[in-house]
Design a protein around this ligand. Structure first.
Ligand code: RVP
Length: 499
């Protein structure tokens, strides 16, 4: 006979937090959102923590290198999508690891034999007024000089004048050496009243340029998620099919953590994949997705460093309709958290849980954390921002961004849904859609984090651990949900457009 779970499976919208005493010390400025990303033993520190409990979904429409850089700058992590060739995915990881905020590879370069007219043509084309002059005219050639608008007079100088006659030559340049930090570079810029500081390697070949105007944007962000070499931390998605080729390439590219991307993680394929990675590499790996205690314990015993929870709750996901599997996200989190806490009590090993999919309102994040998740994974939320890799379009009077599921025909990610069989998608488990364009990641995230911190103060909690242990969570009735929004009033236009 089948086993029945007769308690209805619940979503986040069915719960509300009840405030605890807010002490005067409990202000949003004092709230800390640091959270573990990987398992650790009682009394020890996790090898990787997030500065904010946010990760971006392992999806083509969400997490490329651009998103990874933007989110790591704010303290979270992206998992670069794995539904692309191994080389392309490794290249994205390399771009994140090689990125140094404020250090830009020069995009306007000429040789000393070029002329003033070449400088003017390049300026017209790129809009840059600083041109690096290298022996071979490339961005990494031997640096011979720099040309800026101060080196020539357009109205007087002959257009065929060679650059070597008017550039600021190398021996008159102030430059930084490879390995210099951004704040050291900025000190040189300020001390010498420069607009641009070239950075050269030991052979005096040009590496990057640091611009004075970028300082405000790039000055150290205290929340940045950095590794020991001060590069951004980045994750990457893998599957249970080509992992023996994909994992070595990603590790070689410098990836910090992997995650097996699958709609149903309770499988022998996941166990084999986790064990292969643990036996052959020194890299962290998360597994999932599961929605119950059995699935969770199976992955933990396989060696997973964190476990991802959620089936069928994603905004673009139609798995529940297509296959009839899944579970309300809140119920799944509650059961898995209970199993995790029990496991911690018994073994002393704490396994972080990621709540993946189905976050619609900002307060859903706070609820997921209060229920015991350590961080959330979001697709729709991040897809709306400038930094997501998809096209921004105008539909009617509104700007939108494209957002499609990994189970849609567009993504062709059959590995994510494979349960053994043919190497193709037999039916779709995701849709292709638009989401309203919402502007920049940082602006939106700041607002969301502000709400989370404020709610934590209402709940008398300065840390996520405190929130988890103190939270009082009430189930709401269907009729009382109506009370939660504006009701029985006629809304003015301005409040209608607020989220
Ligand atoms: P959401 O944030 O609600 O948009 O959900 C994103 C999550 O949905 C992903 O992290 C993934 O777990 C799931 N997903 C991705 N593609 C599909 C699909 O096509 N069904 N589902």
């Amino acid at each position: 006979m089948a086993t029945y779970y007769l308690e209805p499976s619940r979503t986040f919208s069915e719960f509300l937090l009840i405030p605890n005493l807010t002490t005067k010390a409990c202000t949003p400025a004092n709230v800390k959102l640091k959270t573990p990303l990987v398992k650790f033993n009682k009394g020890e520190e996790p090898a990787i923590s997030l500065n904010i409990p946010f990760s971006s979904a392992v999806m083509q429409a969400v997490s490329d290198h651009g998103m990874a850089i933007a989110l790591a700058r704010c303290g979270g992590i992206s998992f670069i999508f794995g539904s692309q060739s191994i080389e392309e995915e490794a290249q994205m990881v390399r771009k994140v690891k090689g990125y140094k905020a404020g250090f830009v590879v020069s995009r306007s370069n000429l040789t000393p034999d070029h002329t003033l007219s070449d400088v003017l043509a390049l300026k017209e084309e790129t809009g840059h007024s600083t041109v690096a002059i290298t022996d071979d005219g490339t961005a990494n050639g031997l640096l011979l000089g720099i040309v800026t608008g101060r080196d020539y007079r357009k109205s007087r100088d002959p257009l065929d004048r060679p650059i070597r006659e008017f550039m600021t030559p190398f021996d008159k340049l102030i430059y930084g050496k490879s390995g210099i930090t951004l704040s050291e570079a900025n000190n040189l810029i300020w001390d010498h009243k420069l607009n641009c500081l070239p950075i050269v390697d030991e052979q005096l070949k040009l590496e990057t340029l640091v611009f004075r105007k970028d300082y405000d944007e790039h000055k150290e962000n205290p929340m940045e998620l950095l590794d020991a070499n001060k590069s951004y931390i980045v994750g990457a998605g893998i599957n249970t099919k080509d992992y023996k080729e994909r994992v070595p390439a990603l590790v070689e590219a410098g990836v910090d953590i992997l995650v097996i991307d699958s709609s149903d993680g309770y499988s022998e394929y996941q166990r084999e994949t986790v064990q292969y990675v643990k036996e052959n590499f020194n890299v962290k790996i998360g597994a999932g997705n599961v929605v119950d205690r059995e699935g969770f314990l199976y992955l933990v015993e396989s060696g997973a460093d964190f476990v991802k929870v959620g089936i069928g709750g994603g905004s673009i996901c139609i798995t529940r309709e297509q296959k009839g599997i899944g579970r309300g996200q809140a119920s799944a989190i509650m059961e898995v958290v209970e199993a995790r806490d029990e496991y911690f009590r018994e073994t002393g090993t704490y396994i972080p849980i990621c709540s993946d999919g189905g976050i619609v309102h900002d307060y859903h994040v706070t609820l997921a954390l209060a229920m015991g998740a350590d961080f959330v994974m979001l697709g729709r939320y991040f897809a709306r921002f400038d930094e997501s890799p998809t096209r921004k379009l105008k539909v009617g009077n509104n700007f939108v961004k494209e957002y499609w599921g990994e189970g849609s025909n567009r993504a062709r990610n059959w590995q994510r849904y494979d349960t053994g069989g043919k190497s193709k998608l037999l039916f779709e488990e995701g849709v292709d859609s638009y989401v309203p364009y919402a502007g920049s990641l940082q602006e939106n995230l700041d607002k969301t984090l502000g709400k989370i911190k404020s709610t934590m103060c209402n709940c008398g909690s300065l840390t996520l651990d405190e929130l988890k242990s103190k939270a009082r969570i009430a189930l709401v009735s269907a009729t009382s949900l109506v009370e939660g929004g504006a009701h029985d009033v006629i809304l003015k236009e301005s409040s209608l457009s607020e989220e």
